[in-house]
Design a protein around this ligand. Sequence first.
Ligand code: FAD
Length: 383
Amino acid sequence: MQLRDTPEEARFRHRLRDWLASTVPARDNEPLVPQTTDIDTARRWAHALYEAGYAGLTWPREHGGQGLTLGYQAIYLEETARAGAGEHVNVIGLGMVGPTLIAVGTPDQQHAYLPRILTGETLMCQGFSEPGAGSDLAAMATRATPDGDEFVLDGQKVWSSYATVADECLLLARSAPDSSRHRGLTCFLLDLRTPGVTVRPQRQLTGEPGFGEIILDQVRVPATRVLGGAGNGWSVAMTTLAHERGTFGFTLTARLERQLRLLAATIRDAGLDRDPVVRDRLATLHVEAQGLRWTSIRALGDGHSPGPESTVLKLRWSEANQRLTGLALDVLRDAADHPAAERWRSHWEREQLRSRANSIEGGSSEILRDIVAERILALPRSR
Ligand SMILES: Cc1cc2nc3c(=O)[nH]c(=O)nc-3n(C[C@H](O)[C@H](O)[C@H](O)COP(=O)(O)OP(=O)(O)OC[C@H]3O[C@@H](n4cnc5c(N)ncnc54)[C@H](O)[C@@H]3O)c2cc1C
């Protein structure tokens, strides 16, 4: 297991750090501005990353990527979080849909999608969840009825991140009418401008339109837009979710480390940096963040596919982030005499509301505990 940067990785880190210093306005120890509403800025940032060679780091070179290991992607995530840079708006395209296209797409699909995903011209979202199928994804009911060279989609997807700004959706539907559970599903690359598609924003607890529902009413999709073969939808979806786990741990720990720095600044502004209880709670969170970071490195395994630790990471990170935002609000409550602390209030109120979703998105904590019990600890199934 490699715990430190190799000489090549260290060079990559320094080059990236220099580039970020000249590209991202210095925002250290400043509250972050949510970037969900300014799509033009987000697209410009995506394009700047592409031009500088930081999009598709782990994609193979023959598909326009840099052919690097997950370790480099981890460095990218750490350094961009440290610099306070916005997240890539095409995170689903780059991290999930692109790698799935590379694994199971036809040459025509790869040619049509991959370059545009890299540049950020085609923004992707993922339409798996439905009102009756979240944790239990195999319960999905959206229909894809074969009709000649086309499929006709009817149904409803919910909680689809970026759906309100995306161009296309990787959508899972039931194509065999009498099938149940994991069988008879098909994955589609759906153009969200197709007649019959309606995207409605769904507001998160923060009030921001971070995701949306996708209503499908007699939507005709050519069979050329099937990804991975009709009837293979479950296996394609699992490929996509496996890629989501790739450097997920680093995304999370890098965010947590930045939050900790902002929290330390808040504590100083609140005049509570000598309070032993606050110091103890901050130190405990710091230790946890470091533990998660080292676990992320361990999870990188062979540098190409993550190990089972990513489930533990997601579980512990969501709990740590919720405790962190709780500490921030406790500090602000006790800091009524320190006007300097007030500049943090809207940041931490938003962050605490947003952190409630951490234990639901990407697999709820209950489901993750089941996975840890059954697949890592080999305990008997609970159901
Ligand atoms: C911010 C955010 C972004 C999201 N982005 C996307 C996206 O881009 N694309 C997408 O397809 N989906 C997305 N989702 C949906 C997400 O995947 C689901 O919310 C999640 O899988 C849970 O499903 P559910 O909401 O239907 O809750 P349910 O599955 O109905 O669960 C309700 C509660 O019951 C518990 N529960 C369910 N089954 C069990 C069980 N067997 N044992 C113990 N407890 C159980 C759950 O833990 C939870 O507490 C997003 C969600 C959020 C919050």
